[in-house]
Design a protein around this ligand. Sequence first.
Ligand code: AMP
Ligand code: ZN
Length: 492
Amino acid sequence: MLVYNTQTHKKEELVPIEPGKIRMYVCGPTVYDQIHIGNARTFLAFDVIRRYLMYKGYQVTFAQNLTDVDDKIINRANETGRTAAEVAEECSNAFIEQMHRFGVLDPDIRPRATHEIEAMQEMIVRLIDAGHAYPVPSGDVYFSVRSDTSYGILSGRDLDQMRAGERVGVNDEKRDPFDFALWKAAKPGEPSWPSPWGDGRPGWHTECCAMIHRYLGTPIDIHGGGADLVFPHHENETAQAMCAWDTALANTWMHTGMLRVDGEKMSKSLGNFYTLKEVLDKYPAGAVRLLMLQTHYRAPLDFSFERLEGVAGTLERLQTCARNLRWAAERSPQDGELNDADRALGRAIDAAREEFCGQMDDDFNTAGGLAAIFSLVTACNTYLAEAADDTSTAVCLRAADMLGELAAVMGIELSRSAGDDDLPVALVDLAREHAGYEGDSASDAADALLAARQEARAAKNWGVADAIRDGITVLGLVVEDTAAGARLHRKE
Ligand code: AMP
Ligand code: ZN
């Protein structure tokens, strides 16, 4: 399995540190607001990477932090008259809620910066003792980038060249303009914790490094985040690990491309800024996933509502195919010998899985993986149309299961039932009135209504046929005619 490593600029064979196990960490959000769809793109990419590693049989341990103390949180608290802890708590809960809606698996470990002060201070003490960090009179502690001979190893930046080209903030207390704060002295009114250097709070780059060391051990197999984190955040993380414990922080560094809206950078000032919440309020999570996964995780992703509209139909096609297969399986007579068409679909199922894995083994090529899923959809639709009512139950079920299995790696849930899972109970009353139905199951009522409608049409009893159709429409349902017969489902 090949994975692109930012540090070496090439695809490398993934060789786990411990056979069969992968330890991975993805930098989490700073919790001061709802996350936007750019953040969501990154979290989705690593969700699918994790799911695929699990699908391949690895035992994956996944950690992701919540940055719950930061200037942005403190500013938001001051603007809204709340404490920083209140803002962080509310936004952490909102983040977790939206991740659940999006179908992103919970991390195995979710450390919060404010709960890890001790681990961070221990690391800072080690760095000071080894001569890689220094406290200054104001109470800040800085990491000395010059003390780390490998500084720049991840991003490929050279401190001397950057000096010439870039303006960096001037701070008299720093020995070098690129030195960064491991610990920040408390300003009045800010959250703070006691430390050997006076009251203060940790710097952002400090937290991930200390958490990784504490919860996963260093080095880990995979460290990920958006491409905007390569420098300085991840460069600074790996520098601390090298200097504190003499190990790299991660063997493989993975970075996602940035999300753009309508070809432009997404930003509040351009008015093309969308939160994940507002997008999920309007579109199914599966459609947003499909759109994002059509682009390779390392490439920039162009988001537009136009594309999303189109993809919603693609998702429907996948779901309908799986339902049709299960429907056909329920309706088909007992299996006899498999015929040529059955065997051809059987081969298409195996080929789709092989193609899917081949694509995903190549640096998680989700676009290729999706193409493999949809080539199976096409094969299934052709089979269902041509076989009409002579389908094989076993082959239909195997095809539906394979679609479900591969879609699940993409985090897309397909229904395991032949019909709509949530037909309204009001169908029961309608069927009692028009179809002499006496039970209380919505799906049986749907079958009874469709049979009664069919009978009424055959008898040219248009009044009854129309009354049934109108009643169905009022409930927000449509009649779908499939090769294996008519059935009801919810209008999208
Ligand atoms: P932040 O809360 O800003 O630290 O961001 C959380 C994660 O989202 C980080 O991994 C960022 O790299 C990532 N991220 C931020 N903006 C974008 C974007 N426009 N596209 C993709 N990922 C992003
Ligand atoms: Zn981080």
